[in-house]
Design a protein around this ligand. Structure first.
Ligand code: SF4
Length: 620
């Protein structure tokens, strides 16, 4: 029997209440690795072009990887996958915390949910026992209240994954939150709305078993070499969290300012990781098996936001709710972040939608009659907070903004779409392709829309190396040379990390592919596994997701684009000058390296090479 996997996945039909256990052949696990890869295959098998993302036929797939729940560093993670109601294409999110670890310890690799419950329910997985329980008393509660209530009912060891009021109301940028006040989010692509559409409020897990690996002692010995290196190379993440990157990002022109319309913004120092460390930081937070601990646990002890506590804002939240709205009040951002977590909305899409609305307000396209009297001026922290409340509650203009900037701009009409910054309907995260050129082709082609975590090339432009692929030094961030190739490699690596379940922060810890293959051998027991096979698996998973988008969602080159503002308006700041990324040139190189046609379609030869010509044969 393979190590790492429990070998059991729950299949729950909420319409009938039927619960079954699925087991996948070993060769399929080797082909798709786990988490993101296996979930993509299940979504490919069981949904299609006729699937309404908010219909009972959509599948909401929770999946761990073979490393989840083991001692492999930074592996306490799981993936949630579904057809996205925000973008209408492949949707997924990777998340840390302890929920996935507990699911594995309860004896399951994943949970596939489909159908729709007649009334609100929650699922309880307790040490192998599974039940669907009445959730009406939870409906209407925010995500932290749900966590507290379920801990009261099932005991303090209960770990939750749940939606807030936004998910219930099927707000298209609704998130799925985990671990209560520690607030780990599957934020992107509106998967909280999918959960809400199924009348599923929460999944509570309690697990205390052990995840068996092929060679526990061997793994322990092997990690003795890796851990000191990881810890030594991630000291700034430990000390300042991801928000520690904000000051450098502003200097490089990477962080968005004023709805992506300008550069240099001195006020970044007021909302940086350094500022957080000196003011509201209480302690660090660690996801399962993580030696880094980049999470921030904060507490505001006085002032208008007194009482805010728990998970502090990450870099992305600082960038979108902060600099992109020109709000330089760290405590206001921390409060808005807590509201996003409680209501269950993605802080990236929310910040982007508010900045978009602020620009429309400045230009006179909307006014106070549209905003219920809120003065949506740049830098107005109270107005930003009001908008978060409106979006999360689907009230007033919040109902429109909660549809994401693409749909909102189309409904407003006129020139509004010019100010909507998204790719394939997913708002850009807080990294600018005008500062990190690989992100141009990375955002344009990533399978869930604009996503730095899927693109990954910018890590190498920030100094990450990967000797097996020839990346031994920092890549030139303002050059398009070789960025098609870099994006090809980094997207495949992201698929590997998301499938085995490894945090991307390990890249800053200088973890190599060779080390990951060693961890696979000791964890799963595949003694003949190689770096080449690992890379092939990553490429296969990426292509399967692309084929989902091509075959079921009509995605092609016409959709591999960037917002006009990013393509044609330089930031003119000290970090980027007048640089604009030449997307067409990079895309040409990228399609060639991917083995896709110039229309962005995987070629038959490539499909065969990746052993995807049998993709229509179901997993089981
Ligand atoms: S580095 Fe941060 S996000 Fe990654 S696993 Fe550790 S605590 Fe979680």
């Amino acid at each position: 029997m393979l190590g790492g996997y429990t070998g059991k996945v729950l299949n729950i039909d909420l319409t009938t209440g039927n619960i079954e256990i699925e087991k996948y052949p070993d060769r399929m696990l080797r082909k798709y690795l786990g988490a993101s890869g296996i979930a993509a295959k299940i979504l490919y098998d069981r949904t299609d072009e006729n699937t309404d993302p908010l219909g009972p036929e959509n599948h909401l797939i929770y999946m761990t990887g073979p490393f989840t729940g083991t001692r492999v560093p930074s592996s306490g993670r799981h993936e949630i996958t579904a057809k996205s109601p925000l973008t209408g294409i492949f949707g997924e999110g990777d998340v840390g915390g302890t929920w996935g670890v507990n699911l594995k310890r309860a004896g399951y690799d994943g949970i596939i949910i489909h159908g729709k419950a007649e009334k609100p329910v929650y699922i309880l997985v307790e040490e192998g026992q599974v039940s669907i329980l009445d959730g009406e008393h939870l409906w209407g509660l925010d995500t932290i209240e749900v966590d507290e209530k379920l801990k009261e009912t099932h005991g303090p060891k209960t770990v939750t994954s749940c939606i807030g009021p936004a998910g219930e109301k099927q707000v298209l940028i609704a998130s799925i939150m985990h671990d209560g006040k520690d607030a780990r989010a599957v934020g992107r692509a509106g998967l909280g709305a999918v959960m809400g559409s199924k009348n599923l409020k929460a999944i509570a897990v309690i697990g205390s078993g052990k995840v068996d690996v092929a060679d526990e002692e061997g793994l322990k010995e092997c990690l003795k070499k890796s851990l000191p290196k990881i810890i030594a190379n991630t000291q700034s993440l430990k000390q300042l969290g991801t928000a520690g990157g904000a000051v450098m990002a502003e200097k490089w022109g990477d962080i968005p300012v004023k709805n992506w319309s300008r550069g240099d913004w001195e006020s970044i120092k007021n909302i940086s990781g350094e500022k957080m460390a000196k003011t509201i930081l209480k302690k660090r937070y660690f996801c399962g098996s993580c030696p880094i601990g980049c999470g921030r646990d904060i507490e505001i002890k006085e002032g208008p936001y007194k009482g805010v506590s728990g998970a502090g804002p990450e870099y992305e939240t600082i960038g979108l709710l902060g600099s992109n709205c020109m709000v330089d009040d760290l405590e206001a951002i921390a409060y808005a972040n807590e509201l996003c977590n409680r209501l269950g909305i993605d802080s990236i899409s929310t910040g982007s939608a508010i900045a978009f609305a602020m620009e429309l307000y400045e230009r006179g396209i909307i006014d106070e009659r549209d905003t219920d009297g809120v003065k949506l001026d740049w830098g107005n922290g109270e107005a930003m907070i009001e908008m978060v409340k409106k979006i999360g509650s689907k009230e007033g203009i919040g109902e429109l903004l909660g549809k994401g900037v693409k749909r909102a701009s189309e409904e407003i009409g006129g020139i509004a779409p010019e100010f909507a910054v998204h790719v394939k309907g997913l708002e850009l995260p807080a990294h600018d392709p005008r500062a990190m050129s690989s992100l141009a082709v990375g955002y344009a082609t990533s399978n869930r829309g604009a996503c730095h975590l899927h693109a990954g090339g910018f890590y190498f432009e920030k100094g990450v190396t990967m000797p097996e692929l020839g990346y031994t030094e920092m890549q030139d961030r303002l050059s398009s040379e070789g960025k098609g190739q870099l994006t090809f490699h980094s997207q495949n690596i992201m698929c590997i990390l998301d499938s085995l379940k490894l945090c991307k922060m390990l890249l800053f810890g200088k973890v190599t592919l060779t080390e990951i293959v060693e961890w696979i051998k000791y964890t799963i027991g595949w003694d003949d596994f190689t770096v080449e096979e690992l890379l092939m698996a990553g490429e296969r998973i990426f292509n399967l997701q692309r084929l989902y988008n091509v075959e079921y969602c009509s995605i092609s080159r016409k959709d591999d684009v960037l917002p006009p503002r990013i393509l044609s308006q330089p930031r003119l700041d000290r970090g980027t000058g007048d640089y604009l990324p030449p997307l067409g040139k990079m895309l040409y190189e990228y399609y060639q390296i991917r083995g896709w046609t110039m229309e962005g379609i995987p070629s038959e030869e490539k499909i065969k090479e990746l052993d995807l010509d049998d993709r229509h044969v179901p997993l089981i």
